[in-house]
Design a protein around this ligand. Structure first.
Ligand code: SF4
Length: 432
């Protein structure tokens, strides 16, 4: 039996090799244990140029099962087209997909894939592969798969230069680095977000974290890791201590993303364990917008104090902001620049808002005065990556002119706001 995981091009990233296909490697590792006799591989399309794309898809070798983990809706159209092509070429092949996009839009996905996995894939991929009955949807619950003791992904599914990068920490001497997840999910409910699945934080055991770091150090000489966890600084004491103990004992450098809810004591501990930088999903500095997007658990004061505390302990801070969120006042550019001047974070990453399919805003656009959302998913990938002149600003939606909070920005105005602040950030050398 041949099983092939297909990794799409991640066309929306300036450099897709700065991140790694963690979940594809994770599920391939689990499938290898479940099907010891199967031939399992990953087919990586990340390095494929647009003009060569068709040729490269045509070179994908035959397999019995093609698997896909569609995290971002921005990949969906490309993946659908790969499925269509391979199904035509290999008539007996079966195409199975899971991931956030599938969780959010299962009805749509059922039209493109033979079978879909809704929820975690630890058991469902196996079931979908083995199932002989006419069943499309394989559903499992995250509560039954707590992530605690699951194996770490084997990186040997891909060549070393596809899983190790020295560009991930280019501001810190370019050590050999890769990314990990020590937890999955998030317990908040920000109304623009789809990455809070499960809606709790499932954290790995200390033993598993240590095993993974030791494997990366021994096999790949990794010196630094990027924690892709939604919340690297866990507010729960026991979970925070567990994670920091593993990182500290491993003597590895790290950076991660987190919320602005972290105490001075936690930041100090993080620094001791090798933390170089934290990206913080502030998203907006306007408290009216924070209320509308259900992020009122932070405010300007808490963000300022977080940045101050990080400075005190020597952790660099990257503030992540989104322009175009519902409720923005007309002076959002001036307010944002003033806030950044006052707080002086080290870096800022500014994105355009995208109503991600499956998010509360996407499900109820009227509530947020959104007139229309573009259903071309290839435009839906602008929430998380850094804006630069070469990147397309999507803004795949439009507000009512007179929104519930007053006069809303037009698409063009949102783009102009982004460009204005981006240029300001460039002048201040605050982007990377
Ligand atoms: S945006 Fe971040 S903090 Fe908010 S729900 Fe999503 S993952 Fe959690």
């Amino acid at each position: 039996m041949k099983i092939s995981f297909i990794i799409p091009s991640w066309h929306y990233f300036h450099n897709p090799f700065k991140l790694q296909p963690y979940w594809e490697m994770y599920y391939a590792t689990i499938l290898e244990e479940q099907f010891p006799k199967a031939e399992i591989n990953l087919h990586d399309l990340r390095n494929v140029k647009e003009e060569d794309f068709e040729k490269k898809v045509n070179e994908i070798p035959q397999a019995d099962f093609y698997l896909y983990w569609v995290m971002k809706s921005g990949d969906a159209l490309e993946v659908y087209s790969i499925v269509k092509f391979l199904k035509k070429k290999f008539l007996k092949s079966t195409h199975i997909s899971g991931g956030t996009h599938v969780d959010m839009l299962p009805d749509e996905c059922e039209n493109y894939f033979d079978k879909i996995v809704v929820g975690p894939g630890e058991k469902s991929f196996k079931e979908a592969i083995e199932s002989k009955i006419d069943k499309k949807r394989f559903i499992s619950n995250y509560n039954d798969y707590p992530f605690l003791d699951t194996p770490f992904p084997k990186r040997s599914f891909l060549p070393e230069n596809s899983v190790i990068s020295n560009q991930m920490f280019e501001n810190y001497g370019s050590p050999r680095a890769t990314m990990v997840y020590f937890s999955r999910g998030c317990f908040y409910k920000c109304s623009y977000c789809v990455y809070n699945v499960p809606n709790s934080l499932q954290v790995k055991s200390k033993q598993r974290m240590l095993e993974e770091i030791n494997y990366l150090k021994n096999e790949y000489k990794v010196e630094a890791i990027l924690l892709k966890d939604e919340i690297a600084i866990n507010p729960k004491k026991e979970l925070f201590e567990r994670q920091m103990a593993a990182l500290g004992e491993s003597q590895i450098l790290w950076r991660g993303q987190t919320t602005s809810i972290a105490t001075l004591e936690q930041l100090s501990k993080a620094k001791e364990t090798g933390c170089l930088e934290l990206s913080v999903g502030v998203e907006t500095i306007d408290e009216g917008v924070m209320r509308i997007i259900n992020k009122q658990w932070q405010n300007q004061k808490s963000i300022k104090s977080f940045i101050d505390n990080a400075k005190k302990v020597g952790i660099k801070i990257k503030v992540c902001l989104i322009f175009g969120l519902p409720g923005e006042p007309r002076d959002i550019v001036e307010k944002t620049i003033k806030f950044l001047e006052e707080t002086q974070p080290d870096y800022v990453s500014l994105s355009g808002f995208c109503p991600l399919p499956g998010s509360p805003i996407f499900k109820d656009p009227k509530k947020y005065s959104i007139k229309q959302i573009n259903n071309d998913w290839s435009k839906h990938a602008h929430l998380l990556y850094r804006f630069s002149d070469e990147e397309e600003v999507g803004i795949p939606f439009e507000y009512e002119a007179n929104a519930s909070w007053g006069k809303a920005f037009t698409k063009k105005e949102i783009q102009a706001n982004i460009v204005q602040v981006q240029r300001w950030l460039e002048r201040k050398s605050m982007t990377y």
